[in-house]
Design a protein around this ligand. Structure first.
Ligand code: GDP
Ligand code: IMO
Ligand code: MG
Length: 431
């Protein structure tokens, strides 16, 4: 298959970055199509760790075209920082290989200020956002007051729009949120530098992708976040402000429906989430702490400890249905080593009734009780295994049960953070 989308099937941090980096070896173009620097995708290559937030996780393979599509919201200062850091580490040498859609919206300092001030005021019922201004930036896009990279082409007109926005946002910050206003003059100066640094990357990325697909090139779409953080299909309002599934590829990259051959769902062998909101299979106590430490479950964007839970196949079926998944890449199986027994959530119970799908009314996720199936664990170190046959029988049984209950075949299994610590059953680009 030639065009593949990687999507998160839980609450993010499933290991999308690692799998995108692995698949990028076979791709010509790697594309981000939604989200912003609230994403944090970790890659471990030759013992070196990289965290990518806006630059596609194909950037560590020389010669690949990396595209940041129109559906993303881009903090230009964060992007420049990321580009500089990658260049410092000897990557992204050819500026011609990074393309940024001129239709992408910019995250401005006032978006960050609003995001943080709102969260502070919400107190206990805060969403637990990353504080990077993502929600406010998408709001402005929808209300048609957003600033796009395209606007930088006429700096005088851009400055006028920016100053008008700052006037409105400062009223909101001061009068409603009781927060500090931002300085228009400072932002204008920052944006002058942004214009100098980023103009070279701008282009029509929809046309670029259409041409690449027509030429038979392989294109890899890199989803951010996960289906349960999707603005429509997640645990609203404890979600992010974009669609995070495969359907977002079309609008967010400017690619026609029908041009996507395959969706690969990324799922962790257990479940995590950062921030507030319902989490039916959440575990508390010592076991959660063990998994948090063994799995290094601390947010890569904000350093917050991730909440931990058992694998939830109700949510897996939800994600599979919404995305039409061809296969699953299950990561972090190695982290479950030594835990016995293992539990898989197979359904929910609510007021004496069993539900194998999320009960109608997403708010009910706060109230459901998980129904678990227990499976035996294993003790053997599996980090060096590179085929299913080398895994202990109980690890294979766990994988089979997850795949069976999720209704999706297994394509890959992660047994360590490094690029090569992966059992590849079927590579979608070679299928
Ligand atoms: P993403 O946001 O979906 O790309 O995931 P993150 O990078 O935020 O979080 C996944 C974490 O798990 C990162 O620290 C990865 O290096 C690590 N990781 C990915 N796959 C595996 C795996 O199979 N085993 C282990 N032990 N770690 C993994
Ligand atoms: P990756 O791509 C995990 C969560 C935040 C918060 C909610 C809203 O690395 O999987 P936002 O700043 O987006 O308005 O915050 O969404 N969130 C993520 N959690 N991984 C992510 O991205 C996330 N992106 C957003 O923690 O609960
Ligand atoms: Mg992440």
């Amino acid at each position: 298959m030639k065009t593949v989308a990687v999507v998160g099937s839980q609450w993010g941090d499933e290991g999308k970055g690692k799998i995108v980096d692995l698949l990028a070896a076979d791709a010509d173009v790697i594309v981000r199509f939604q989200g912003g620097n609230n994403a944090a995708h970790t890659l471990v290559v030759n013992g070196e760790k990289f965290i990518l937030r806006l630059v596609p996780a194909g950037a560590l393979h020389a010669g690949k075209v990396c595209v940041i599509g129109n559906g993303t919201v881009v903090d230009p200062i964060a992007l420049i920082g990321e580009i500089d850091e990658l260049k410092r580490r000897n990557h992204l040498k050819d500026d011609g290989l990074l393309r940024l859609s001129y239709d992408a919206h910019m995250v401005m300092p006032y978006h960050r200020a609003i995001d943080r001030a709102r969260e502070a005021r919400l107190g206990k019922s805060a969403i637990g956002t990353t504080g990077f201004g993502i929600g406010p930036a998408y709001e402005d896009k929808m209300s048609r007051m957003g600033l796009r990279f395209d606007d930088l082409s006429n700096f005088a007109a851009f400055k006028e729009k920016l100053e008008r926005n700052v006037r409105e946002k400062n009223l909101y910050l001061k009068l409603v949120l009781k927060a500090k206003p931002v300085s228009a003059a400072e932002i204008v100066e920052q944006m002058r530098k942004v214009r100098t640094r980023l103009t070279r990357y701008l282009g029509d990325t929809s046309v670029l992708l259409a041409e690449a697909i027509a030429a038979g090139q392989r294109v890899l779409f890199e989803g951010a976040h996960g289906v349960m953080l999707d603005i429509d299909h997640g645990t609203y309002p404890y979600v992010t402000s974009s669609n995070c599934g495969a359907s977002a590829v079309f609008g967010g990259a400017g690619v026609a429906p029908g041009k996507l051959d395959c969706v690969l769902g990324i799922t962790k062998a257990y479940t995590t989430r950062v921030g507030g909101g319902p989490f039916p299979s959440e575990m508390k106590g010592k076991l959660a702490e063990t998994l948090r430490v063994e799995g290094d479950e601390f947010g890569s964007a904000t350093g917050r400890p991730r909440r931990i839970g058992w694998y939830d196949t109700v949510l897996a079926r939800h994600a599979a249905r919404l995305n039409g998944m061809w296969g699953l890449a299950l990561t972090k199986l190695d982290v479950l080593t030594g835990i016995d027994p293992l539990k898989i959530c197979v359904a929910y119970e609510l007021r004496g009734r069993r539900y194998s799908e999320i009960p109608p009314g997403r708010h009910l996720l706060e109230k459901v009780k998980p129904i678990y199936e227990e499976l035996p664990g294993w003790r053997e170190d599996i980090t060096q295994t590179r085929s299913l046959a080398e895994l202990p029988a109980s690890a294979r049984r766990y994988l089979n049960r997850v795949s069976e209950l999720s209704g999706v075949k297994l394509a890959m299994v992660g047994v360590g953070a490094a690029r090569e610590a992966t059992i590849v059953i079927e590579n979608p680009f070679r299928a």
